[in-house]
Design a protein. Structure first.
Length: 558
């Protein structure tokens, strides 16, 4: 999948080439050869406006901590990175979220929307208006209009003058002679078309922009998928860390309850004051209160997972096994090189393709500076009686070229061009910022991951020492060598150390998730033909005739 984005672009280009060939074939099929050639020459003429050039991005040669032994720079980033955690439940949750998450479904349908809009842009290369027409009219003419003047034998008004010509049927109908029927009918059927030629590349720039927008929307889908996978993994790690913290806290409750019983026994035996059992009870109840808080956080995390999975809470019991440990990180993590981010991270690709979609808009705006040439024509049948409509002499036709040119626009066109150029330049800044932020996120995740690894080593030693201290303090208290304050202090320190160790072990896994997320891993889960789920496709088919577009591969473009 290393060249997924590049291959997508190549497939888009091949699809566009096939579309252009179909355009030429369609034109040649219904126009004479010479006319078709001339029109195609006009359609493939110059394109005003700047051609898009991908901006350079400031990318480091290597990450800031090149000597870290847990980072493998020469290896490709693992596509299905969550599998390195070796947790079957996590794998199952991610597959479920990929299949059922509504937000991901919405992002997939937006890709279909972009493909449909690209097809609309492509259709503008053909005659933009092609209408079949039909009408029937009933007319009642005035019998008083244009009556003859007796003294001169002339006529009154334009209609009267036209009526002097016996060949003018229209005049006779509008102002009939006495005794002639003043009511008449007219039947018409026809077909008309208007075609604005793409001399200056207005419509081809529109296709160029739509092509880029399809890929930007597809990258947006990939970005949602990367975020979804990372959110599922994050909440799963948090859930397992909370469950482990609950076990540790319950163990500490048992230790503190044992200490309370020891203090109570010594108090009842008269060897200590009531202060010792009171202090022991206070620490015990405080730790028991932590259990209630942890259980509430577990319930909240499970509810968040249900939303990400697109499933009701009752389904989670079948997806998560009880008693699993916090997922452990592998010995080394493949991070690649910074330049890989430009290809891997969907948000970087989306920002670049959004930029590419804005560039053609400058050319579209610039095309308004030039005249717009059109061909218009119609053909059809017209007759007074329906039975005469199909006779050869009922045929009528019209054809001719035209142009229009906005000569006086009072700066509207020029300033629209400037506005589009400013929007494009601002988008360059957005793209550069996305690239810089991507590198910063990776560096932060690397630092957090390596730091948490070192903390785990130190905290493990701290917990081991605190466990020994609790045992020694209890022994000394039984022997009367130490007071109960020392027991309380060691128990309190053990509780805190164990809690920090669980949190830090969870932080290792969380920072690993953040690292893979910042590297852009996970979008490769999308396989061929899997963009829109079958159930969603069926809903859309019931409302609208989607033809073959709904089943087309996203990279096919149109």
């Amino acid at each position: 999948m290393a060249g997924g984005a590049t291959e997508t672009g190549r497939r888009i280009g091949r699809a566009r080439g096939r579309s252009d060939m179909r355009t030429r074939s369609a034109l040649s099929a219904w126009l004479p050869g010479g006319v078709a050639a001339a029109l195609l020459a006009g359609q493939s003429g110059c394109m005003v406006g700047p051609n898009y050039v991908k901006p350079r991005a400031a990318v480091a040669d290597q990450w800031l901590d090149p000597a870290a032994p847990r980072l493998a720079r020469g290896e490709e980033v693992v596509a299905r990175w969550w599998e390195v955690l070796n947790d079957a439940d996590l794998n199952k949750l991610i597959e479920t979220a990929y299949r059922d998450n509504p937000t991901l479904h919405a992002a997939a349908v937006r890709v279909l929307e972009a493909q449909a809009r690209r097809a609309v842009a492509f259709g503008l290369l053909f005659p933009q208006q092609q209408d079949g027409t039909g009408s029937f009219s009933w007319n009642q003419a005035s019998e008083n209009a244009g009556a003859p003047r007796p003294e001169t034998g002339g006529s009154r008004g334009l209609i009267g003058r036209l009526r002097q010509d016996p060949r003018d049927a229209l005049a006779r109908r509008l102002s009939p002679e006495p005794g002639i029927d003043s009511v008449f009918h007219n039947w018409e059927f026809g077909f008309g078309a208007t075609w604005e030629l793409d001399i200056w590349g207005r419509y081809r720039r529109g296709i160029e922009s739509a092509d880029a927008q399809v890929l930007a929307t597809l990258a947006g889908y990939d970005d949602v998928l990367v975020s979804l996978i990372a959110e599922v993994a994050t909440n799963y790690v948090v859930l397992r860390a909370l469950e482990e913290q609950l076990v540790v806290t319950q163990s500490n409750v048992d230790i503190q309850r044992r200490g309370f019983q020891l203090a109570q026994t010594k108090f009842e035996g008269g060897t200590t004051t009531a202060l010792d059992p009171a202090q022991a009870a206070s620490l015990l109840h405080d730790t028991e209160a932590q259990i209630a808080n942890i259980e509430a956080r577990i319930a909240q995390t499970r509810a968040t997972l249900c939303v990400l999975l697109g499933r009701p809470p009752s389904d989670l019991r079948d997806l998560i096994s009880p008693g699993r440990a916090i997922p452990s990180a592998p010995e080394t993590v493949a991070v690649g090189i910074p330049a890989d981010l430009l290809r891997r991270r969907p948000d970087v690709r989306r920002a670049e393709r959004t930029l590419a979609a804005l560039s053609p808009l400058i050319g579209i705006a610039a095309s308004d500076l030039y005249p717009r040439f059109s061909l218009a024509g119609s053909l059809g049948l017209s007759a007074e009686n329906f039975s005469d409509l199909w006779r050869g002499n009922s045929f009528q036709a019209f054809a001719g070229p035209s142009f229009r040119w906005a000569l006086l626009n009072y700066g509207r066109i020029e300033n629209n061009i400037r506005a589009q150029d400013a929007a494009f330049q601002a988008s360059i800044g957005d793209y550069e910022n996305v690239v810089l932020r991507a590198q910063s996120e990776v560096e932060s995740a690397i630092a957090g991951y390596l730091g948490a690894q070192r903390q785990v080593v130190a905290l493990t030693q701290s917990v081991e020492a605190a466990t020994r201290a609790v045992k020694l303090a209890e022994q000394q208290y039984r022997g009367g060598i130490a007071d109960y304050t020392r027991v309380l202090n060691t128990q309190d320190f053990l509780t805190a150390a164990q809690s920090r160790l669980v949190v830090t072990r969870g932080a290792v896994a969380l920072n690993l998730v953040a690292l893979y997320r910042s590297l852009g891993g996970g979008w490769e889960l999308r396989g061929p033909g899997e963009l829109v789920p079958s159930a969603v496709k069926e809903q859309m088919r019931q409302r609208t005739d989607w033809g073959g577009l709904i089943d087309a591969e996203p990279a096919e473009g149109t």
